[in-house]
Each structure stands twice: as C-alpha cells, then as structure tokens.
Ligand binder design. Structure first.
Ligand code: AQP
Length: 330
C-alpha cells in the first residue's frame, strides 16, 4: 500500500491558503483505501519562530481540529504530533551529515524568512528546517508528499538526501514524490498578491484566517487589492484578480474559465461580494466542527492523536533502528 505524508505547521491561526493548498485535498484523499495517510503537526518546526508556549500548545491542538474539520478521516488515516515521536529529531541529526551548507543556502524559504536579519542573527533551526522535514518524510517510507508550491523545493532536497544516503549505504530510504495540485497551490496575500498568504504574518489584513468570522471575511475580501481595468479575468498582468478567481474556483469546484465568463462584466465590487459569500459559506461547516472539537471536555483530539501516535511510532522507530544499524550506531 502506498504511503502519503504531509504536515501543517502550528505557527499561527491557519489560513485559507493552508486550506486550499493542502488540507481540503487531504480531507478528500484520506478516504482512499489504497493509501495509508499520515498528517502530522510539525510543532518542532514551529520553534523557529520562538512561540509563546501556551500559544504553541493551543495552535497545535487547533491544527489537529482543523485537520479533522477539513474531513481528514482520523480512523483510517493517522494524525500525530511531531514532538511525540522523538525519532524525527534523531534522524534529522543523522541526515545533517548527508546535506551540505551549499544546498541549504539555496532553499528559497530560508532566504525569504531570514532576509530580515544578518547572518549572525539567523537561527540554525530555520536553516536546518529542510533537514528535519526530510526526516519527517523518510521515516515513513513515504511514496507521496502532497504539498503547496512553496514546499516543493524541500521535498526535492529530501529526494537528494535520500538518494545520497542510499548510494553510500545501500537501499535504505524510499524516494518520495512531491504532488502539487494544479489549481490553488499558491494562494496569495489579498493586500499584496506578490506574496503568499502565510499564517505567521504579523499583519492579518491580507490573510483570511480559517477562524475569521463572517464580517471579517467580508471586510478583508472587499478591501482586497485589485488590478487596473474593470474586467474580471486572470492572467500574468492581473495577479490580484487571478488569485481571487482561484480561491473561488477551488471553493466552488468550477474552472476559472467558467468564472471569468460569468463575472467578466460584473464589476470588481459584485465579484468580490459574491466571493465573500462563497468563502463564508465554504468555511462555516469547518468552523462549526472546529469549535466543537476545541470545546473543553471533548476528547476527540486526544483520541485521534493517540491513534496516530501509535502507528507513527511503530514505523518511525523501525526505520530509525534500520538506519542506526546501517551506520554502526546499534
Ligand atoms: N498560501 C498558500 N497557498 C497554498 N498552499 C499553502 N500552504 C501554505 N501556505 C499556502 C501549504 O500548506 C501546507 C502546510 O504548510 P505549513 O504550515 O507546514 O508551512 P508553510 O508552507 O510555511 O505555511 P505558512 O502558512 O506560510 O506558514 P508560516 O507562515 O509559518 O511559514 C503546505 O503543504 C503548504 O505548501
């Protein structure tokens, strides 16, 4: 049976970008009986923003609740917390010896996120982030890693690390394949369509949070920047409208071309108003489930995590033992 592994980092309130680019698809995929799915919350990765402990704890549980609310079937797939499977950190240390600083220097996410500070102020954790991600994937012999466009480069580095290790020590790791969906793999910030929507942004005005209420969603969409002209259409010269059309396309399951026809002469105002309704309507059922799961006394999150931890530990510990044996560490 093929294995699928992916994660959602608890660095803030999840955004519509996380949902459209990842979790919506995970919810649909998780029912596939021919694949074993692992969806984890990389809370160790979240330490790169030095979160307040209470916030990290709350965001991590909230991420599990959003996964379940997005339809991830937690009986037939596995949801777990990265920090509860110590093999991730141990394998990362081992893999650090199979990757070069040159390779890590080329990672665009590191370049983007570290660009605000000089080298002396940049965290090693942020630099090493792709190696922990390689461990996350390789521990489970993942065949597929569904991801948004932004994480594809990290999966490609994972493939290089695994291939290098296998070439030196013999077949140990499966080489994973990144799978990026065609539409919605990179949802952009509503105030600056040249930047992707990111949950760790300090300014939320261009990000729709999954927890935003109806009024906030409407306000953010009506205030979204638009492009010059008045025709609702997508294209390289219309980054803002292209982004809004993609959001509507994914949430309505209608191709962008059909929406372009429908709204061509509607004017930006009416199009945005209808998009706001689509987003509010699309998120409402998820918000309802999320609220119930986060309610004190509801033990579904813990039960899902326990079920996931059990299977994840079984596989991860076996793979780590194999690697240690190969390296003469056992
Ligand atoms: N804007 C986006 N459009 C489409 N997909 C996205 N993803 C993230 N942002 C967008 C996809 O969501 C999954 C989980 O991502 P993550 O939380 O593990 O890390 P990230 O990619 O770094 O997401 P953020 O929201 O930008 O977090 P911060 O601000 O902490 O860096 C991944 O599959 C990702 O591709």
């Amino acid at each position: 049976m093929k294995r699928v592994v992916s994660g959602i980092k608890p660095t803030g309130d999840l955004t519509l970008g996380n949902y459209i680019g990842a979790m919506k698809r995970w919810g649909q995929m998780s029912a596939d009986p021919d694949r074993e799915h692992f969806f984890f919350v990389p809370n160790l990765h979240a330490l790169t923003v030095r979160p307040d402990p209470e916030t990290l704890h709350r965001n991590s549980r909230s991420a599990v609740a959003w996964l379940i609310a997005s339809g991830v079937d937690h009986d037939h797939s596995y949801i777990f917390m990265q920090s509860q499977v110590p093999a991730h950190a141990e394998l990362m240390w081992i893999l650090n010896n199979y990757v070069t600083m040159g390779e890590l220097n080329r990672m665009t996410q590191f370049k983007d996120k570290s660009s605000k500070s000089a080298a002396e102020g940049q965290l090693v954790g942020l630099y090493d982030y792709p190696v922990l991600m390689a461990a996350d994937i390789l521990l489970y012999d993942a065949d597929e890693v569904p991801t948004g466009e932004d994480q594809k480069q990290h999966v490609e580095l994972t493939r290089d690390i695994a291939t290098r290790f296998n070439n030196i020590h013999g077949e140990t790791f499966k080489i994973p394949q990144p799978t990026v969906q065609e539409v919605g793999a990179r949802i952009m910030n509503l105030q600056d369509p040249t930047r992707k929507m990111s949950k760790s942004d300090t300014d939320d005005s261009g990000n729709i949070l999954l927890s935003d209420d109806e009024k906030t969603i409407e306000k953010k969409i009506l205030k979204a920047v638009t492009d010059s002209g008045s025709v609702v259409s997508s294209g390289a010269d219309k980054p803002a409208l292209s982004n809004l059309l993609v959001i509507m396309s994914v949430l309505t399951d209608k191709p962008v071309t059909e929406l372009e026809e429908k709204y061509a002469t509607a004017g930006y105002g009416r199009f945005k108003q209808e998009l706001a309704e689509v987003v509010v309507h699309g998120l409402k059922p998820l918000q309802h489930v999320h609220e119930q799961l986060m309610h004190e006394g509801n033990d579904k999150i813990d039960k899902a995590l326990e079920h996931g931890w059990w299977r994840a530990s079984e596989l991860a510990n076996a793979k780590l033992a194999q690697v240690k044996e190969v390296l003469g560490l056992l």
